[in-house]
Every structure is written in C-alpha cells, then in structure tokens.
Design a protein around this ligand. Structure first.
Ligand SMILES: Nc1ncnc2c1ncn2[C@@H]1O[C@H](COP(=O)(O)OP(=O)(O)OP(=O)(O)O)[C@@H](O)[C@H]1O
Ligand SMILES: [Mg+2]
Length: 264
C-alpha cells in the first residue's frame, strides 16, 4: 500500500524514449494498488491513452466550460461555476484499473480552441487537490516543457533514457534544464529498452547519476503497438510490467520533507 502519501510524478525524455508507455503503465499499476490516480497528458499528440487503454478522443475539456479571463489575468479561465474537482468528475475519462485521464487539449478545431482547452487544463492541474490524487504526467518530447516548467505540479521528474547516444545526449540536457529551471525534489533516471545490464551502468556513468530503474526491451510491446493494445494488456506479467512495479516502489521510497506530503 502507498499509505497517505500522494505521488506527483512527471515523465520527460527524448521523443520515442518510452515516456507514454511507462507513464501510462505506471498510472495503471499504481491504481491497482487501490489508489486514486489522475493521469495528466500534456502532449498535443498524445501517446498516453494508448498506454492506458482509454479511447484516444476521451478527456478534453469542452469549450463551453471555459470563459474569457479577467482583465490583466489569464486569457481563458474555467467558468467560475465549474472548479477543478468538477472538471475531473465530469470530463476526465475513466480508464482500465480506474485511472482518471485528463487530456491537454482538443485538436480537432481551430488553434484558438486548443488554447482555451490548454488554459483550462493548466488551471485544473494547478487547482486540483494534491492530497486527493496521485498525479502521473506524460510530457511531450523535447526541451520546451523543461524550460517553461509545464509540469510544475511534479515534485519527482523521471527522465527516460534509451541506451543510445542520441537519447543520452537529450537526457543530459534535460537534466541540466530541469535542475536549472524546475528544481523538482527528485530527478529519477529511468533506463528503458535495456537489453544488457552493462547498458544501465553506461547510462549512469554518462549522466553522472545512479540509474534508479532499468526497464527491459520487451518485444510484446511492439505487438501491442500494432494491435492498439496497452502494454499491460498485451504483456500483463512481462518483464516490462515488473520493472514498472519496481519503479513505483522506488518513487514511493523517496524521501520528501514532511510538509510536502502530509495530507491536511
Ligand atoms: N521497454 C520497451 N520495450 C519495447 N518497446 C518499447 C518499450 N518502451 C517503449 N517501447 C516502444 O517505443 C515506442 C515509443 O514509445 P512511447 O510512445 O512511449 O515514447 P514517447 O517517449 O512517449 O514518445 P513521444 O516523444 O513521441 O511521445 C513505442 O513503439 C513503444 O511501444
Ligand atoms: Mg509520448
């Protein structure tokens, strides 16, 4: 059991490193422990729904609960009659294992529509009760999110890195940016698609930090991709799933100042 502490985790890394696959599976396995989990997807080209097993179009916040913001304030805000809890209750999708999934924005309309949904999403994430939900976030690849702090809700940032030169280079830069601009309480290195333990050592040596978790390359996940089936449904007892369980245990075992985590 996780006890009363709520996790606030976000996954960053180079494009294709496995952020969505891991974060979606992390959210589901945490929910299976009987915990309330809110999966936060801030990728406008979302991969998390596939990893969670929710419908791809589920979850955007509809325009009719977003209104123009006050003079001098944000451009768009939630209708004051609709708070963060109500948005989650009404518009977050419920996925397998009971995970609630909130998507960044609705890309079907004009770009201005996306902006409204994104402002509303950000407001929900800022105002959500952190004592109620475990927050598990999937960020888009690249550096923007680290530079502009798209995941300030997270006190733990998992940097996903593949054992490739490019992925390592990206992880090193993300670590620098995250340390300089975010200062999350914990930066956790997650090696993904590992085929040999020596790769984990090499990643640790290159990044100058211990690798907290090494997730194996699991061929079954490629079958899942082709079928559109979530990793935990295509390989429920595979080495990847066990690795993600161990990652949850690791994040739960991290120390935080008491006042950061005690429910009020
Ligand atoms: N441990 C693994 N074993 C095998 N395949 C994996 C593993 N992790 C991820 N993959 C595969 O790698 C590909 C990229 O994964 P994913 O979409 O999760 O990456 P991402 O970092 O979220 O990418 P993007 O930056 O595009 O959002 C997918 O085809 C996924 O199935
Ligand atoms: Mg992704």
């Amino acid at each position: 059991m996780t006890g009363s502490r709520r996790l606030r985790v976000a996954f960053v890394g180079k494009g294709g490193s496995g952020k969505s696959t891991i974060s979606g599976s992390f959210a589901r396995l945490l929910a299976r422990r009987g915990e309330p989990v809110l999966a936060l997807d801030s990728d406008p080209l979302p991969g998390m729904p596939y990893a969670l097993g929710v419908a791809i179009d589920d979850g955007p916040i509809p325009d009719d609960v977003v209104v123009e913001g006050p003079e001098g304030g944000p451009r768009w805000v939630l209708d004051p009659r609709c708070d963060a809890d109500a948005v989650i209750e009404q518009y977050a999708a419920t996925g397998p294992d009971g995970v609630k999934y909130l998507q960044f924005g609705n890309l079907w309309g004009h770009a201005s529509t996306l902006q409204r949904a994104q402002h509303a999403w950000s407001q929900v994430v800022r105002e959500v009760d952190p004592d109620r939900w475990h927050l598990v976030g999937d960020l888009p690849g690249g550096t923007r999110q680290a530079m502009f702090g798209w995941a300030r809700y997270a006190d733990t940032v998992c940097v996903v890195v593949e054992p490739t030169a490019k992925s390592l280079h990206a992880a090193a830069r993300l670590l620098n940016l995250s340390t300089a601009t975010w200062a999350p309480h914990h930066l956790v290195i997650v090696a993904n698609k590992v085929t040999d333990p020596a790769e984990i050592e090499a990643i640790g040596a290159r990044l100058g930090r211990p690798v907290a978790s090494g997730l194996p390359l699991d061929a079954a996940l490629a079958d899942g991709d082709r079928l559109g089936t979530a990793p935990l449904d295509v390989a429920p007892n595979g080495a990847f799933a066990h690795g993600v369980e161990a990652l949850i245990d690791h994040v739960e075992s991290l120390d935080y100042p008491r006042d950061m985590r005690e429910p009020s």
